[in-house]
Design a binder for this molecule. Structure first.
Ligand code: GLU
Length: 308
């Protein structure tokens, strides 16, 4: 198994060689536009506790929307099923930051993995407290899950998100007008922007997602992070909603729950087998890592890990 998986990961890395550098690096903030498009990293952490990585797997990157999975986990643990009264669980079928859809659906975002849904989730975590407490809670959760206290927030990225996040701000006010935000918009967004600005490397991210592959239990530490049924549901939401408006396409090609971010990272869960993180900053036209998606398709094919 070990040798096989190591060979497969090496094969995936080699197969990506001719694609590396493709796609368009996010350029809406300076810190992301500076990232070298030729970076590529992959880490696979298995439920047996071994990690195999290749390429730039130990270089930190901005996890951006991948953080939405962990924030969702925290919010579900906080309020349980009541969360689903404030956010749906259907694929959006439109852009991740669509205001039109939000108006149409009376301020209830389609799912927690698009921006307005994640802003509602941030409001739940904020819980009318000082944003510093909510941000610390999210960061500490990721550090615990990654079993690595060096996970940090990039404050330059957080500030740039705030400086350029006019659309997120508009959506937050919009939802507040519909009565779907409890905290002050500024505090909710401060929480959300800092969550997006967390930096991790592939090894940390794969480790952090392992509880979702282990039926809610971290198979290395033995800690039951969430109940099995909850892990199953988070995976279901990732499968149907984790790749913006190309979630169907990702399910078609890869067949695994996953969540991407504009920093070029993707967290992918192979239930009962492994947690996988890939990073390649060039994005496709929908905003998913182009080479990252190809690498996961290849990995799923070579391992036979697709859930279908
Ligand atoms: N911070 C970004 C935003 O809210 C997240 C983008 C993403 O990764 O989807 O616009």
């Amino acid at each position: 198994m070990t040798t096989n998986l190591a060979e497969i990961v090496a094969q995936v890395r080699a197969d990506m060689e001719s694609h590396i550098g493709s796609g368009r690096v996010a350029d809406y903030i300076p810190a992301l536009s500076r990232v070298d498009p030729r970076k590529f990293g992959i880490a696979v952490t298995t439920c047996d506790g071994e990690t195999i990585n290749a390429g730039d797997a130990e270089e930190p990157f901005s996890i951006q929307s991948v953080s939405k999975v962990f924030a969702l986990t925290i919010a579900l643990e906080r309020v349980g099923e009541a969360l689903w009264q404030r956010v749906g669980r259907e694929p959006s079928g439109s852009a991740f930051n669509s205001i039109v859809q939000l108006e149409h659906e009376h301020g209830i975002p389609r799912n927690p993995l698009i921006n307005p849904g994640a802003i509602v989730v941030a409001d739940v975590i904020l819980n009318q407290r000082d944003p510093k407490l909510a941000i610390t809670e999210i960061l500490e959760f990721l550090r615990a899950r990654a079993d690595d206290r060096s996970v940090q927030i990039d404050l330059e990225v957080a500030q740039s998100e705030a400086d350029t996040g006019h659309r997120n701000t508009a959506m937050a006010y919009f939802m507040r007008a519909f009565g779907n935000l409890n905290g002050p918009v500024y505090d909710v967004l401060t929480t959300y922007f800092h969550q997006c600005a967390i930096t991790m490397n592939c090894v940390q991210l794969a480790r952090a997602g392992l509880f979702l592959a282990g039926s809610g239990r971290d198979p290395i530490s033995g800690e039951q992070v969430v109940k099995e049924a909850r892990a199953r549901r988070i995976n279901a939401v990732m499968m149907t909603c984790g790749h913006y408006d190309a979630s169907g396409d990702f399910a078609f090609h890869v067949g695994l729950p996953g969540k991407s971010g504009v920093g070029g990272g993707i967290l992918c869960v192979a239930p009962h087998r492994a947690s996988v993180a890939v990073w390649s900053p060039g994005l496709n036209e929908v905003g998913n890592s182009l080479v990252g998606s190809l690498a996961l398709e290849r990995l799923a094919l070579l391992t036979g890990w697709s859930v279908f």
